[in-house]
Design a protein around this ligand. Sequence first.
Ligand SMILES: C[S@@+](CC[C@H](N)C(=O)[O-])C[C@H]1O[C@@H](n2cnc3c(N)ncnc32)[C@H](O)[C@@H]1O
Length: 204
Amino acid sequence: MRDLRILTDNHEKGIMASPPDEAQLLQMLLKLTGAKHTIEVGVFTGYSLLATALALPDDGKVIAIDTNPEYYELGRPFIEKAGVGHKVDFRAGLALQHLDELLADEANRGAFDFAFVDADKPSYVKYHEQLLRLVRVGGVIVYDNTLWDGTVALPPDAPMSDMDRRISAAVRDLNARLAGDGASRCASSPSQTASPSAAASCDH
Ligand SMILES: C[S@@+](CC[C@H](N)C(=O)[O-])C[C@H]1O[C@@H](n2cnc3c(N)ncnc32)[C@H](O)[C@@H]1O
């Protein structure tokens, strides 16, 4: 984990990686839920993926989706070196498409214990609808950046970039969707980047 952290921190987009305390939270949730089959949407160099693979049992599997396989290739040697490469099923491409492909096979519905979403925020609500069908009752879905640096709490006319405004609106939509779902339990957890994750445990 340390070596991959160093590589990632030196990457020009290293800010995208989850911080170590978030990786530890993911590992704790994976262990607590006894997760074996998981999905990760948004891999980058694989820091949260390596944390996930290390927390899974030896016969566990994480389907890891990212549009950019070049990022994943940077981290793959570290995942192999850690001896957990056999637990990773990397799929290159758009996550909405890959999740739809999983859903097309009835055997995948409710077959996953856990999912971690850390990719394009405007698709989060759509990912949630897909993941609710893929993750089992009592499973856990974790979303990164659910406060988007606090912007979700700012008034509508607060100054911010167009990108932040667009992402903040998308994250607010997800939060409203989660908060309004009586069949799921939600919790928000701050992390080192002050950009918390929300975990939704699905009861349906
Ligand atoms: C914040 S980074 C992921 C960080 C990673 N989870 C970690 O903790 O190190 C977001 C990643 O999502 C990927 N991504 C963006 N849009 C995507 C999409 N529509 N489908 C799949 N991956 C996407 C990007 O290529 C990028 O690698």
